[in-house]
Design a protein around this ligand. Structure first.
Ligand code: SF4
Ligand code: SF4
Length: 436
């Protein structure tokens, strides 16, 4: 695609990257067929190619973002399915990230939209605040239908719909500074995941300990920054990245570290991008690159090491590949292979490449599209008639559990169970039947 960015605009590193990305696009439109919003809405402007045209026009001409452009960029899930399909290696992720940051700087959103975005950015990334918010949400849940009927308050209704009926007890897994024969790993503690499903961290620590690994929960670490990054809040996202880099580099300098292990693939994609995001920060560029180089999804790491013997559970598992794992990190085989090596019968749904509608804060801010995608995904997964659905991202697990009949767990919970851990929450009835 031809571009005409001015030399002044290209002095900005983000604009330079955007221009390079846009030039690679050859308008072929292959990406439209695999874009969830185009599949659902059938509007070219809700396809990757259409959005690239809109973002090009906005960035190239340094235009004030129009409500129309913002609408179509906001509707993008950042699922990155288009990047998997694109034959021209167009890095849509960098382009849409830059466009979101540009919109955040140059566009004044309606007041209620601003309020909900601020509320999300100041609550979800902080486990204590998020936990308190979920406790309050239980009280407000009966008002959900009323709030849904008021258009401006739909994000609030979506938050209440997503909130669990009860707040799970806090994670009990602790950092264990016990030297183990196979080395040390840092485990990302995360923000929303340990509040919504603390069993994931507990299962991961148990499994890695069983594999002879010392699991470090680094002091000073916080949210990876993905949630605010996807809202265009670059300053907040880079602050989060720097804080984590400081915490993890301290652990890297304290002794050999096999990896930084991530159980939420949405976070993994962002942490693997720290090196790129901080490439122009003289104080952090090298450290960020070191961190990104050893960041791994938990399934990626487990596929590289020797696992303990498995006790087959005889269960059929519908595997949902999270977009951030399959498109963002290109980790496609490891989770399926680990599950089938552990004795589970693994099935993949039709349209496995399509997003479930979770996408960070998307199911709050774009609730209607997210619900349509969630229902479609759940129907495809339930159609496999398996005992359980497994996935590698808490956002997907929460979204799919709203619509699916089968219980939803993290892949690592099944692997922990098969190697001697407790029965994952939601599968107790199956374990009871097996033991009867
Ligand atoms: S990231 Fe996903 S929703 Fe956005 S344009 Fe690409 S395929 Fe479509
Ligand atoms: S598939 Fe790639 S090159 Fe083709 S229109 Fe989409 S982004 Fe552009």
């Amino acid at each position: 695609m031809q571009t005409s960015f001015s030399p002044e605009a290209l002095a900005d590193p983000a604009m330079r990257v955007s221009e390079e990305v846009i030039r690679k696009c050859v308008h072929c439109g292959f990406c439209t067929a695999t874009c969830p919003t185009y599949v659902l809405l059938g509007d070219e402007l809700d396809s990757p190619r259409g959005r690239i045209y809109l973002m090009k026009d906005m960035l190239e001409n340094q235009r004030e973002p129009s409500a129309e452009v913002v609408k179509h960029v906001d509707r993008c899930l950042s699922c990155l399915s288009c990047m998997t399909t694109c034959p021209s290696d167009v890095n849509y992720m960098h382009l849409v990230d830059n466009a979101r940051a540009y919109i955040h700087q140059h566009y004044t959103r309606p007041r209620t939209d601003q309020f909900f975005r601020r509320l999300i950015a100041s609550t979800l990334p902080y486990p204590k605040r998020f936990r308190r918010a979920l406790t309050l949400a239980r009280l407000a849940k009966p008002f959900t239908p009323l709030l849904r009927s008021i258009r401006a308050l739909r994000p609030l209704a979506a938050m209440l719909e997503l909130a669990p009926d009860g707040v799970p007890a806090q994670a009990v897994a602790r950092s264990r500074r016990v030297p183990k024969p196979n080395g040390r790993v840092v485990l990302l503690q995360g923000c929303a995941e340990p509040v919504l499903r603390p069993q994931i961290r507990a299962a991961t620590v148990r499994l890695l300990n069983r594999c002879g690994h010392d699991v470090i929960l680094a002091q000073g670490e916080g949210c990876c920054g993905a949630l605010v990054h996807h809202m265009g809040r670059e300053v907040d996202a880079l602050d989060a990245a720097r804080r984590n880099i400081d915490a993890w580099v301290a652990e890297m300098d304290a002794g050999e570290l096999n990896g930084i292990i991530v159980t939420a693939s949405g976070c993994g994609t962002t942490i693997k991008s720290y090196g790129f995001l901080l490439r122009n920060d003289a104080a952090y560029a090298d450290k960020a690159a070191r961190v990104s180089a050893i960041a791994m999804d938990v399934s990626e790491y487990l596929a590289r090491i020797d696992l303990p013997p498995f006790e087959p559970k005889g269960l059929a598992v519908a595997y949902h590949p999270a977009c951030s794992l399959q498109h963002g990190q290109k980790v496609t085989e490891a989770p399926k292979r680990l599950l089938s090596d552990a004795g589970f019968v693994v099935r993949l749904p039709v349209e496995a490449h399509l997003c479930c509608g979770s996408a960070g804060t998307y199911n709050i801010l774009q609730a209607e599209i997210a619900t349509a995608l969630g229902e479609r995904k759940a129907a495809n997964l339930d159609g496999l008639r398996t005992d359980v659905i497994a996935t590698g991202n808490i956002g997907c697990a929460t979204q799919i559990a709203r619509f699916a009949n089968a219980p939803v767990v993290h892949t690592v919970e099944l692997l922990d169970w098969a190697t001697g851990g407790p029965t994952p929450g939601g599968l107790e009835h199956i374990a009871r039947e097996q033991n009867a």
